[in-house]
Design a protein around this ligand. Structure first.
Ligand SMILES: N[C@@H](CCC(=O)N[C@@H](CS)C(=O)NCC(=O)O)C(=O)O
Length: 217
């Protein structure tokens, strides 16, 4: 098979790429990143050891947004996750950056702080990260007032990013009830078959969540 994805089902960034693959039923071979052997394979491909990593006919493709763009260029399917129209594509890329940088990154800061050894924790950083999430939720609530998907009426790369980031962000620092548009959007994402499949595949790993996974999606 042409495509191999080094990934883990519980990882938000891996789910971002899995959604894109599932949207188009793109065949690929998964390599589960558990255990020293798989991690050594990953390190041989990408010394920074961030995942997922895609290998396409021997070419290593790194960074989730680039992986999804790569799939659109070299393995296109009926679902176009980056619009052909350049102006529409800019909106998609901007919202993808928003979810990675201002939802996924602060969410990760809170979670990674929890797995640091005692004495190396950073409560000030956690407070800053939660404040960033609050601002991101409030901003997004306004944007989603008249949008079905992150960049408008079509499901896109931006929704691939939004789905896992909002999923785990709500577990980490709950989205306030008054952000009703964000809650409704998160529910639409959970109902999307590609993301529902990724969530189901990650269920057996919920005990990995360092803050304690809530008993809900
Ligand atoms: N900007 C990267 C982020 C990837 C990333 O941070 N992945 C996490 C897994 S969700 C990871 O590699 N964590 C390992 C670590 O931080 O050591 C991308 O979009 O691919």
């Amino acid at each position: 098979m042409a495509l191999t994805l080094y990934s883990h089902p519980f990882s938000s960034y891996c789910q971002k790429v899995l959604i894109a693959l599932y949207e188009n039923d793109t065949p690929f071979t998964p390599v589960l990143l558990e255990g020293p052997e798989a991690m050594a394979e990953l390190e041989a491909l990408w010394s920074l050891k961030r995942f997922p990593v895609l290998v396409d006919h021997g070419k290593t493709v790194i960074e989730t947004s680039v992986i999804i763009e790569h799939l659109g260029v070299f393995h296109p399917g009926p679902m176009r996750l980056i619009p052909d129209d350049p102006a529409e594509a800019l909106e998609v890329r901007w919202m993808d950056r928003f979810f990675d940088n201002y939802v996924g990154t602060p969410q990760g800061r809170v979670v990674f702080n929890a797995i640091r050894p005692e004495g190396h924790r950073d409560p000030y950083g956690v407070t800053e990260a939660k404040a960033m999430l609050d601002k991101a939720y409030a901003w997004l609530d306004g944007v989603m007032a008249d949008r079905e998907w992150a960049a408008g009426s079509a499901f896109s790369l931006a929704d691939c990013a939004a789905a896992p980031h909002l999923f785990y962000a709500d577990w980490t620092h709950p989205i306030p009830a008054e952000c009703a548009n964000v809650h409704a959007y998160r529910r639409r994402l959970l109902a999307r078959p590609s993301f529902a499949r990724a969530v189901d595949e990650a269920r057996p790993f919920r005990h990995y969540f360092p803050l304690g996974a809530p008993d809900r999606d």
